[in-house]
Write a protein that binds this ligand. Structure first.
Ligand code: GLA
Length: 390
């Protein structure tokens, strides 16, 4: 059964009636532009054909009851008093978005809901943003309220900051709302302006999950974010002008003061600035169908994330090598926050089957006896979240 069918079936089993709507929210994979969004930089994600679905029905009162079908777990909270679940669980996403929507003056109504998902959790495919966006659209539907995109993405981001405790950027929520079939989204995180980039025919994207859970992701993520803030301060002093973010510095300027900057701050800054230019070069290559050039940019991104930003790990590096050893792979890199999770590979469409079968044994071979189990699958650029009435 798909997540869509599971959400409906579980809803009927738990609540004894049919849902009125199912909200379908996609996972995402970032093609390039990693750890740039919270530095006011560029990103180029796609929404993928793996979804989180929220089956729901309105209630006459102010209670939200929600079941997570795949986790066999439930939650119930009053809209009049929403608090964080201190144990830190999936509950904080529905609670967080309900809280943030009301903080912004929208009066919500109670709902019964069941969540089911086909997005692997912990692989860096942003199942959390899908849950935020999916649940937010569901609540807004029953409140008969519409909130336009950049604003709703920002509200969901705030829910993640305040309820889940991760100081994430804006990329995941934006792409979960704005994705489009056969397109990537070029997003300027400085002013949230965006543009759809058509993807060339004949290529496919493969997700290669290393099987390593992203245990350090939350804590190390927040550390990286703080280091970028520090780098901005140091650069402001060295360059003698106030800077708001790393976006205000050119690579040339960084080069001039590089030796005077403390490590690792200077390497963190170098990753962000070089990655921004790689995003722009990559989207240009996509428009021109320059696949080899695009592939080299993916590899350069991985090297920069590994050496300058230090968010890779042995398994992610091994996965990139394993993928690159298969014929028909243009490029590969870690995707998402890093510290485990998945790699993305851009491959020739007719090579997908070969990549899926030949990569896992090579990955195992590179890592030896204790190699974790990898999981590979192809994804397709898909549409953003939608509320579907039944
Ligand atoms: C996580 C965050 C995003 C982004 C990426 C790294 O997925 O949620 O906002 O910062 O890491 O590029």
């Amino acid at each position: 059964m798909t997540a869509y069918q599971r959400a409906i079936a579980q809803f009927e089993a738990i609540f004894g009636s049919s849902p009125q709507i199912v909200t379908v929210a996609p996972g995402r994979v970032n093609l390039i532009g990693e750890h740039t969004d919270y530095n006011e930089g560029f990103v180029l994600p796609i929404a993928i054909d793996r979804h989180l679905c929220v089956a729901a029905r309105g209630r006459p009162d102010q209670t939200v009851r929600v079941a997570a079908a795949d986790l066999n777990d439930t939650d119930e909270f009053p809209l009049t008093e929403i608090v964080r679940d201190e144990r830190g669980s999936w509950r904080n996403y529905p609670r967080g978005v309900a809280w943030v929507i009301q903080q912004n003056g929208v009066a919500l109504k109670g709902i019964d809901a069941v969540i089911a998902s086909d997005i692997p959790i912990g692989a860096g495919l942003s199942s959390s943003a899908a849950m935020e966006v999916g649940f937010a659209l569901t609540l807004l539907h029953f409140a008969k309220a519409e909130v336009p995109c950049p604003t709703l993405a920002q509200w969901c981001q705030r829910a993640e900051h305040e309820f889940a405790g991760v100081q994430c950027g804006i990329m995941d929520q934006m792409i979960a709302l704005l994705g489009k079939e056969q397109h990537a989204l070029l997003l300027d995180c400085r002013d949230l302006s965006h543009e759809l980039v058509p993807l060339p025919k004949g290529i496919a994207f493969v997700i290669a999950d290393t099987g390593v859970p992203r245990t350090l992701a939350a804590s190390e993520y927040n550390i990286r974010r703080a280091q970028c803030g520090e780098a901005v301060k140091v650069l402001s002093e060295l360059l003698g002008r106030p800077l708001r973010s790393l976006r205000d510095v050119t690579l040339d300027e960084l080069g001039q003061v590089f030796n005077e900057m403390p490590d690792p701050l200077r390497r963190r800054a170098r990753h962000v600035l070089t990655e921004n230019s790689r995003v722009l070069a990559f989207q240009q290559a996509m428009r021109e169908g320059a696949l080899r050039r695009a592939g080299s940019l993916l590899l350069a991104s991985h090297a920069s994330l590994r050496d300058d930003y230090e968010v890779s790990c042995r398994e992610l590096d091994a996965m990139v090598s394993a993928l690159m050893s298969v014929e028909g792979v243009f490029g590969a890199r870690l995707t998402g926050a890093g510290f485990g999770g998945a790699c993305l590979a851009m491959v020739r469409e007719d090579a997908v089957e070969r990549v899926l079968t030949e990569t896992p044994p090579r990955y195992k071979q590179l890592l030896g006896e204790n190699s974790p189990e990898s999981t590979l699958f192809a994804v397709h650029p898909s549409d953003g979240a939608q509320v579907r009435p039944l």
